[in-house]
Write a protein that binds this ligand. Structure first.
Ligand SMILES: Cc1cc2nc3c(=O)[nH]c(=O)nc-3n(C[C@H](O)[C@H](O)[C@H](O)COP(=O)(O)O)c2cc1C
Length: 445
C-alpha cells in the first residue's frame, strides 16, 4: 500500500488588521478590526473553510508604551480584544478549527488561567490551546503592581512552575468522575476528585479546579520563541512551537535542535510540532504581489520602525538615531533573547543601516516573507516543509481580510492538489486534527 504523503499543519496568526505594521492603511483593510467582533468571527469561518488546524491570537496585557506619537500610527495591541473572550464568540460560529490564545505566566495566576482555557476547551468541544508566554514587554509590570518586569531567567522559572500547576489543575477530576446518577442521587464520584496541594517557589495552590477534565485532557500547549530558556521549556512541555525566522537554513537548525531536545526530554520527536511564521502576499501576477509588498513597506513610518526595532533590541529608545547609518556601536542586540539572536544573524553577513534593519523586522516582524502568485507561495511553503524547516506554518496574512481570503481560495487548493495538505478534517478535537495524543491524567494508573 502506498504510504500517505507527510502533510503540513496550518495555523493562521491574526493581528486585527493584518500582520504588516502598515496593514490598516491598505485600501481593503477592516480599519476598526481590533474592536469589531464580526471581523474576528468572519476570520474564524474563513479559516475553517480553508481547513486550517488553528487560529492564533497574540496578546500582551498592556499597550505598547514608548514614543506615543510614533505608536499612534500602528494599531497592534492599542485597540485589542482580550483573546479568550473573542475566541469564545469565534468558537460558537465554527465546528472544526482550533483556537490558540496567548496568556502570560508572569501576570496571571495559574488557577485563573486553568479555568479560562479549560472553559474554552469545553465551550469549543476540544479546540482550545494556550500559547505560554512569559511576556517580554516591560510595560505590563506597571499594570500588575510591580515597578519592574521579572528578569528573563526568573520569568522562565516562574513559567515552568506555572505550567505544572495548570496541568495538575486540569487533572483535578478523573475523566469518568461525573456519574450524574439520578438513581443513587450522586452527581460525581468524590474519590475521583484530586486536590493539588502545590507549594513552590512562586505559587501556593491548593486546588482542585471546579470543572470537569477538559475534552482534550489538556488544551494544546504552545510555546513561542527560541531563546535557550524558551527551547528548554518547549521541549519539556509543549505540543507546538511557533518561531519566526528569515531563512530556511536557520529554521532547519532550530528544527533539528528542538526535536533533539524533545527526545532528550524522553518524548517522541513527533510529540512536538514546529511551526515557522510565514508572512504572505498573494496576487495573480508576481509583479502585482511585489507592488503590494513594496507599497506596504513604503508605508512604514520611521517612528514606528524605530519603536519596533527598539523593542526587539530589548525595549530601548532609538529616538534621534540616524536611520541612514548602521546602529551605534553602543547598541548591541541582547544575548539571551530570540529576537536578539535574529538581529545578530541579520548583521553578521550584511552590515545594514538602521532603516534597512527596521524595514526587515517591522513589516513581517522577523518572519520569512512569501510574495507572489498562488503557485509561487505554495512552492515556498513546500520547499520549507520538505526541507524540514517546519512541520507546518503559521500563515501571517499581511493585511486582512483580503490576504486571508486569497490564501484560503488560491493557495490552499494548490497545496491540496499537491497532496501536502488535508481536504477534510480528520478528527473532532484540535489534538486529533494535529495527530497529537490526548494526555492521560497524572492520577490515571
Ligand atoms: C509567532 C510568535 C508569536 C508570539 N506571540 C507572542 C504574544 O502573543 N505575546 C508575547 O508576549 N510574546 C509573544 N511572542 C514572543 C515570545 O513569546 C517571546 O516572548 C519572545 O520571543 C522573547 O522571549 P525569548 O527571547 O525568551 O524567546 C511570540 C513569538 C512568536 C515567534
Amino acid at each position: 500500500m502506498a504510504e500517505k504523503k507527510r502533510q503540513m499543519k496550518l495555523a493562521c496568526h491574526i493581528h486585527a488588521t493584518g500582520h504588516h505594521v502598515a496593514a490598516w492603511m491598505h485600501p481593503g483593510s477592516q480599519k476598526d478590526a481590533g474592536s469589531n467582533p464580526e471581523h474576528y468571527m468572519d476570520m474564524a469561518k474563513l479559516a475553517e473553510r480553508g481547513k486550517f488546524d488553528l487560529m492564533f491570537l497574540a496578546d500582551v496585557p498592556a499597550i505598547r508604551d514608548g514614543n506615543l506619537e510614533g505608536l499612534a500610527r500602528w494599531p497592534q495591541y492599542m485597540a485589542h480584544f482580550e483573546p479568550l473572550t473573542i475566541l469564545s464568540a469565534m468558537a460558537a460560529v465554527t465546528k472544526h478549527v482550533g483556537f490558540v490564545a496567548t496568556a502570560s505566566t508572569s501576570y496571571l495566576e495559574p488557577y485563573n488561567l486553568a479555568r479560562l482555557f479549560g472553559s474554552l476547551d469545553h465551550i469549543s468541544h476540544g479546540r482550545a490551546g494556550w500559547n505560554i508566554v512569559t511576556t517580554s514587554n516591560p510595560a505590563a509590570a506597571g499594570n500588575f503592581g510591580r515597578d519592574e518586569h521579572y528578569s528573563h531567567a526568573e520569568r522562565y522559572r516562574r513559567a515552568r512552575e506555572f505550567v505544572e500547576i495548570v496541568k495538575g489543575l486540569w487533572d483535578s477530576y478523573d475523566d469518568d468522575a461525573f456519574v450524574r446518577d439520578v438513581g443513587t442521587g450522586v452527581y460525581f464520584d468524590h474519590k475521583k476528585l484530586h486536590r493539588l496541594n502545590h507549594q513552590g517557589e512562586f505559587f501556593s495552590v491548593k486546588g482542585p479546579l471546579n470543572m470537569p477534565r477538559p475534552p482534550q485532557g489538556h488544551p494544546l500547549l504552545v510555546q513561542a520563541g527560541t531563546s535557550g530558556d524558551g527551547r528548554g521549556l518547549a521541549s519539556d512541555v509543549a505540543d507546538m512551537v511557533f518561531i519566526q525566522q528569515l531563512r530556511l537554513s536557520t529554521a532547519q537548525a532550530i528544527y533539528k535542535d528542538i526535536k533533539a531536545r524533545v527526545v532528550e526530554a524522553g518524548r517522541q520527536p513527533e510529540d512536538l510540532l514546529l511551526m515557522p511564521g510565514m508572512a504572505v502576499i498573494i496576487s495573480d501576477t508576481e509583479d502585482e504581489a511585489k507592488r503590494q509588498n513594496d507599497w506596504l513597506q513604503s508605508k512604514i513610518h520611521t517612528d514606528v520602525g524605530l519603536e519596533l526595532l527598539g523593542g526587539q533590541l530589548g525595549y530601548i529608545s532609538l529616538k534621534g538615531v540616524d536611520v541612514e547609518k548602521p546602529l551605534p556601536e553602543s547598541v548591541m542586540p541582547p544575548e539571551n533573547t530570540s529576537e536578539g539572536a535574529r538581529l545578530r544573524e541579520m548583521l553578521k553577513d550584511n552590515p545594514q543601516t538602521v532603516r534597512q534593519m527596521y524595514e526587515q523586522v517591522s513589516g513581517a516582524r522577523g518572519s520569512h516573507v512569501l510574495f507572489g502568485t498562488p503557485t509561487q507561495v505554495a512552492d515556498g511553503l513546500q520547499e520549507w516543509f520538505e526541507g524540514r524547516g517546519g512541520d507546518g506554518f503559521i500563515i501571517q496574512p499581511s493585511w486582512l481580510p483580503g490576504g486571508m481570503v486569497d490564501f484560503v481560495d488560491k493557495v490552499v487548493p494548490e497545496l491540496q492538489r499537491r497532496g501536502i495538505f488535508r481536504k477534510e478534517y480528520e478528527g473532532t478535537t484540535m489534538r486529533e486534527n494535529l495527530g497529537l495524543k490526548r494526555p492521560p491524567s497524572r492520577y490515571a494508573n
